[in-house]
Ligand binder design. Structure first.
Ligand SMILES: [Zn+2]
Length: 266
């Protein structure tokens, strides 16, 4: 499947671009850490001597993907990165996340020619609290997040802003209900916002096999939502989509879900 679609090695993201999204104190806090050999920043977030480099490379991959698209080397990119980023708030690391890769690139992409409205579409089973925190006062960025509720992280899920669409899902939600809620809450917002670049926070931990959730999606549901996003992107952003891996903790279903996602992106 990937024969005609090269795998690229990213460059670490520069601190200047990171600071457009994160507070300078957040960058200083992370650089002050001296793990030997590993420390915990919070109950979920472990930090090793290699974590910062991994986070810079993950954020760099997303920005490289934006430039590849804007400079017309390709139309769609999937960033198979870890650590994830969507829980990292303006001034805090949490939930496995150090830097909010997708929010950093979304904000910086607004400085590029021809990009003045972007969307971040987050179907991870956990609410994208960090993305909401960073983008809440930036009307050029539409953030749509679907998530199990109540569930981790229980922050900012009820924030009321015209550019934030929160889509809570009850425990036990299956594909049909998920699709109806996405159609009802996301599609009208995307159609109204008309983004000229679309980001996906692609978390696959709402899969029925995943140990970190009580939502029962399947590979078909991930294929469906990706196809719908691709269809909307053809309408508004000339097909341009930057997709970024977030959660997904059952390795077999994560792999199969990524394949379904890639097939729909292609
Ligand atoms: Zn998650």
């Amino acid at each position: 499947m990937l024969d005609d679609h090269p795998l690229l090695i990213p460059k670490p993201l520069s601190i200047d671009l990171i600071r457009k999204a994160h507070h300078p104190e957040h960058c200083a806090y992370l650089s002050r850490q001296t793990p030997d050999p590993i420390i915990q920043l919070d109950p979920d977030t472990w930090f090793s001597p290699h974590s910062m480099r991994a986070a810079h490379l993950a954020a760099g991959a997303v920005w490289d993907g934006v430039l590849d698209i804007i400079e017309e080397r390709c139309k769609r990119v999937f960033c198979a990165v870890r650590p994830p980023g969507h829980h990292a708030e303006i001034n805090s690391a949490m939930g496995f996340c150090l830097l909010n890769s997708v929010a950093i690139s979304a904000i910086n992409s607004l400085d590029l020619e021809r990009i003045d409205r972007v969307a971040i579409l987050d179907f991870d089973v956990h609410h994208g609290n960090g993305t909401v925190d960073i983008c809440k006062d930036r009307p050029e960025i539409l953030v749509c997040s679907s998530f199990q509720h109540p569930w981790y992280p229980n922050r900012l899920y009820d924030l009321n802003r015209p550019n934030i669409v929160n889509t809570p899902l009850r425990s036990g939600t299956q594909g049909d209900e998920f699709r109806k809620e996405i159609e009802r809450t996301w599609f009208p917002a995307i159609e109204k916002h008309r983004p000229n670049l679309v980001f996906i926070s692609a978390g696959f931990d709402a899969h029925q096999q995943d140990p970190l959730s009580e939502i029962s999606l399947t590979e078909d549901d991930f294929y469906w939502i990706t196809s719908e996003i691709a269809r909307l992107s053809e309408q508004y952003s000339d097909g341009r989509v930057v997709s970024v891996l977030e959660g997904g903790y059952d390795l077999e279903s994560l792999g199969n879900s990524c394949i379904a996602h890639l097939k729909a992106l292609l």
